[in-house]
Ligand binder design. Structure first.
Ligand code: CA
Length: 234
């Protein structure tokens, strides 16, 4: 596993958080929101809560249920913290978490941080963004005509910590030798299209340098947002 989180070229602080635990096959990435309202606190708290929950669980638990519980706990923790501190009121975060087993990868997410599967030189997005734009595209409508305002299009319809309860999306992948998973925040995917990401991922063997190269390419295009990347070779 390789992880990089970068502030980008414009922002003053990094509101993304990442954590990898290769021994246990755990990876979590979160993209905090709220600017002055402590998005960095939200993403850090979510990642810590999810990792703690997953690390405490003994073997033999259902991985899907573990992820469900971990993200639910993260939602509770961020929501509670935002109620207890006036300066953190309204903070929230995305979260995408992966639990890798021998021949399976389990993914859970809320928000627009994504998980991709790289297999046979093809890149497949395994998560659906919980944004207005994605919602409208899902309905088969001409999104561009409906949403002129790109800030509106990017608004999340679901995030960790905004409401007392949150609905969590989960999926499972039967992994094959040579597969690689990419987790990333929108600071990457707003700057690079899937083909550009694929080109970097397949340029050479996956390594620290691959993760750095993804971040570097997003920064070369302006890096307006924080950029975070986790690569998992399974
Ligand atoms: Ca972001």
């Amino acid at each position: 596993m390789f992880a990089v989180s970068d502030v980008g070229c414009v922002r003053e602080k990094n509101e993304d958080s990442v954590h990898i635990d290769p021994e246990r096959g755990l990876a979590v990435l979160a993209d905090g929101m709220g600017g002055h309202r402590a998005g960095d606190v939200a993403s850090r708290l979510a990642v810590e809560t999810i990792i703690n929950q997953l690390q405490q669980a003994a073997h033999g638990h259902d991985p899907q249920q573990l992820l469900q519980t971990a993200l639910t706990e993260a939602n509770r923790a961020v929501y509670q913290a935002s109620r207890e501190n006036a300066e953190q009121f309204g903070m929230g975060t995305t979260a995408v978490a992966v639990l890798v087993e021998q021949d399976r990868a389990h993914i859970a997410h809320v928000g627009d941080s994504r998980a991709y599967l790289l297999r046979d030189a093809k890149l497949l997005q395994k998560t659906e963004d919980h944004s207005y734009l994605a919602r409208i595209e899902h309905l088969g409508l001409e999104a561009q005509d409906l949403i002129q305002d790109s800030a509106m299009a990017k608004m999340l319809v679901r995030a960790i910590g905004i409401e007392a309860e949150v609905s969590i999306d989960r999926c499972e992948i039967a992994t094959e030798p040579g597969d690689c998973l990419l987790l990333c925040s929108d600071g990457l995917t707003d700057m690079l299209c899937d083909d550009e990401i694929l080109e970097i991922l397949t340029a050479s063997d996956i390594s620290d340098a691959t993760a750095a190269s993804l971040v570097h390419s997003a920064n070369r295009k302006g890096g307006p947002d924080n950029i975070s990347v986790i690569l998992i070779c399974v």
